[in-house]
Design a binder for this molecule. Structure first.
Ligand code: GLU
Length: 541
């Protein structure tokens, strides 16, 4: 966990119930005005104090945990923080100055954006509810078998099922066994590939590894026409990527470097190591040794590579332990082009992430990769311990962990969860192409946002007399009788401005001729007020 700064507040008697015009007349800076607006939105009784519990609840509702490293909430050592806070017993009034310190010390406008609902998934409550439904559905699936090629994996409780989500704004939600560590296994492959890219650049790395799906099993004893492994997401390519990770350091430092990278990617949740898994990986590694020798015979390795060290290193990387919660943050760092959402630290360069996601999208799911790209349409990587890391670029990272695998080595519940996810939400890479006809939800939007956008566009086009645009919008299925907050419809706006053609068009489509706005006015009232004779005639008829 990260270390948090502690701020001691000295309560002061400063009221805050200023309006913006008061603020302006008092010569407050723009920032100060903004702070006051935020404060006032929470100051229900206008008594200059807000409830700390209410503030914490706002964070929790939008998915920002109270122990988020970006928040500075230790305003009084006597006040417990975190999800266990007992709301009633420990409430604590905050005045404006105290609130301002929280705003200023917390990272990256997080507090402001949380209060304004300006995070990437604004309606996080509904999103959580949908994820819970999907989780429960997938949980009922008991299909598949745990991996048994090493006893350590064979002994894992097959019932484990953890799901964790982290958005690029660090909104988090987890269900089930999300704090039980599991072995990353093949999910070390994309991370090692990223590390190699950061160190050597794309050109050098791809002198040793291809970037085509292999079309054969993940541990297939085959190389491409240049004598190189097909891609870094299968064993041969992953062993090759290991040879490129800090090759000049000694073994312990190389491993530490990889472990530190995992830790940084997951917002400083420390990655662990499963020694028993490592030992048995090593003992049952004939195929991986064969792949290593085959590549050495083909002179595929960088010069002066120590093959045995490289293989050992690969087994160690497969034996790294993480929780679903940590892996979701790792996935979110990839979704966020290399910046960890919960710490704000850049861990990888955007180009590295772009390359990695491209190969995860085409080669990340064993022999199901093409099928996964078709049906799910997201970059992902699975491992034989039942982990599945899914990246939704510019939106969120997801980790699903359930040890029972299908015959191709992917987590059965993981695949089911993903299928359900993309049938609920428009997350498939190419869902944007079917937007208009699809019933899928877009959690990126504010509740009612698309409805609001349509009403605004229609009213705007009507008030401008833009018949063509009105026609376009109607063609898109917009309800032309929809009203804005004041009950004003396209008919009102067109009538006020005397746009006969728009009125004619709307009436021909069946628009209601006499809707009332919140002041009780009809379009005819508006036309009379503006003395628009042709509109008056049309509406009187
Ligand atoms: N340690 C496994 C191997 O190299 C990786 C298995 C996997 O998750 O694909 O065979």
């Amino acid at each position: 966990m990260s270390s948090k700064k502690t701020t001691k507040f000295i309560p002061q008697e400063i009221g805050s119930n200023l309006t913006i015009s008061d603020a302006e007349s008092k010569g407050l800076t723009h920032l100060e005005q903004e702070y006051r607006l935020l404060f006032e939105s929470l100051d229900r009784d206008a008594n200059g104090l807000i409830s700390i519990n209410e503030l914490l609840q706002i964070f929790r509702d939008i998915g920002i945990r109270n122990d988020d490293p970006r928040l500075v909430l230790d305003f009084d050592s006597t006040l417990p923080t975190g999800d266990t806070l007992d709301a009633k017993e420990n409430d604590y009034p905050l005045n404006f100055e105290q609130f301002k310190v929280i705003l200023q010390q917390s990272q990256g406008n997080l507090v402001k954006n949380a209060i304004q609902g300006n995070l990437i998934v604004p309606d996080f409550k509904n999103f959580r509810a949908a994820i819970k439904r999907i989780y429960e559905k997938a949980k009922a699936n008991k299909g598949g078998h745990v991996a048994t090629y090493i006893p350590q994996l064979g002994r894992v409780n097959p019932e484990y099922f953890g799901v964790s989500i982290c958005t690029i704004d660090g909104q988090r939600f987890s269900l089930g066994d999300y704090i039980i560590p599991f072995c990353v296994q093949s999910i070390c492959k994309p991370i090692n590939y990223c590390i190699a890219l950061e160190e050597h650049g794309e050109h050098k790395v791809h002198q040793h590894i291809g970037r085509e799906p292999s079309g054969i099993g993940f541990n297939g004893l085959v190389l491409n026409s240049k004598g190189l492994p097909h891609n870094p997401m299968i064993n041969a390519g992953a062993i090759m990527a290991c040879s490129l990770v800090k090759p000049t350091l000694d073994m312990a430092d190389r491993f530490d470097y990889v472990l530190d990278t995992w830790t940084k990617l997951s917002g400083n949740i420390r990655a662990g190591f499963n020694n028993a898994v490592y030992l048995s990986e090593r003992q049952t590694a004939d195929r991986n040794f064969a792949l290593g020798y085959f590549m050495r015979e083909n002179k595929a390795f960088p010069e002066s590579t120590n093959l045995i060290d490289t293989l050992e290193f690969y087994f160690q990387c497969c034996s790294i332990d993480v929780t679903a919660e940590a892996m979701a943050i790792t996935a979110a760092t990839l979704a966020n082009a290399g910046i960890c959402p919960t710490t704000g630290t850049r861990v990888l360069q955007p180009n590295t992430v772009k390359n990695c996601l491209s190969l995860m999208a085409s080669c990340g799911m064993y022999d199901f990769s093409g099928e996964f790209a078709f049906t799910i349409g997201l970059p992902a990587k699975s491992g034989v311990a039942g982990g599945l890391m899914v990246v939704i670029p510019n939106l969120m990272g997801i980790c699903i962990w359930s040890p029972r695998l299908d015959e191709l080595g992917n987590s059965v519940r993981g695949i089911e969860f993903c299928k359900e996810l993309v049938s609920t939400f428009n997350f498939h890479n190419f869902d944007s192409l079917t937007g208009g006809q699809s019933q899928k939800q877009d959690p990126r939007l504010h509740r009612n946002q698309s409805k609001i956008d349509s009403v605004i566009s229609l009213c705007w086009a009507a008030s401008e007399g833009d018949v063509l645009e009105v026609q376009h919008l109607v063609a898109r299925g917009i309800n032309f009788n929809e009203a804005d907050y004041d009950g004003r419809t396209a008919m009102h706006l067109a009538a006020s401005e005397g746009h006969t053609k728009v009125i004619e068009f709307l009436l021909s489509k069946g628009a209601i001729p006499n809707p009332k706005d919140r002041w009780g006015n009809t379009p005819l009232d508006d036309a009379l007020r503006g003395n628009h004779q042709s509109v008056i005639l049309l509406l009187e008829n």
